[in-house]
Design a protein around this ligand. Structure first.
Ligand code: ITT
Length: 201
């Protein structure tokens, strides 16, 4: 069985592949968008992560005929009323410019005190099958935003996100450590029953 990971974000694709590989689902060949003919990018217009994840996965299935997983994710900052949220990838106005997006959030937070620097990563993941069957899951990861970048692992907002109970940022954690507790790891592991069913089908 083939399974398409429908993301144009290379770092996100890497994490999705790694998380699935760690779970060792036999009988599923995992593909990225580079392995299928090009198709236009679905506009992300839903007000929530779930709506965007389902829309991206449905588009990928419609374009390729393959089962697909899409992930819509981002960081919701308490002191910014949950923003940038679904706009995390393009908060600065430049889609995928992690540095500019992170700088803008840090600037907007200013010197808000530590106790009001709470934030959570959110990942909605949708598995859509050519039959139309859909499974939608969500993972969250709470922490606080530190004042200056630390670490070089991960991507996006990882250098300023310090998970609750951690003294390191998620960019200072080993990839496998991040996957074990991250929003994306949690969401993908919630898809495992549906994926095992797909593998056995
Ligand atoms: P696709 O829609 O093609 O998958 P995208 O990068 O546009 O790629 P999203 O709209 O879901 O994807 O935006 C996700 C953004 O949220 C991402 O660009 C990061 O800025 C942030 N983000 C999500 N997960 C993250 C993580 O694990 N660590 C750091 N930042 C993360």
């Amino acid at each position: 069985t083939k399974l398409l990971l429908a993301t144009r974000n290379a770092k996100k694709l890497g994490e999705l592949r790694r998380i699935l590989a760690a779970e060792g689902i036999d009988g599923i060949e995992v593909l990225g968008l580079a392995d299928v003919p090009e198709f236009p990018e679905a506009p992300e217009t839903a007000p929530d992560f779930e709506g965007n994840a389902v829309a991206k996965a449905r588009d990928a299935v419609a374009a390729t005929g393959l089962p697909a997983i899409a992930d819509d994710s981002g960081i919701a900052v308490d002191a910014l009323n949950g923003m940038p949220g679904v706009l995390s990838a393009r908060w600065s106005g430049r889609h995928g410019d992690d540095e500019a997006n992170l700088d803008l959030v840090l600037g907007q937070l200013g010197d808000v005190p530590d106790e009001r620097r709470g934030a959570q990563f959110v990942c909605a993941a949708a598995l859509v099958l050519p039959s139309g069957e859909e499974t939608l899951v969500r993972g969250e990861w709470r922490g606080t935003l530190v004042r200056a970048r630390r670490g070089t692992n991960g991507f996006g907002y990882d250098p300023i996100f310090q998970p609750d109970g951690e003294s390191r940022t998620s960019a200072e954690m080993d990839p496998a450590e991040k996957d074990a507790v991250s929003h994306r790891g949690r969401a993908l592991r919630a898809l495992l029953p549906a994926l095992r069913e797909l593998a056995g089908a």
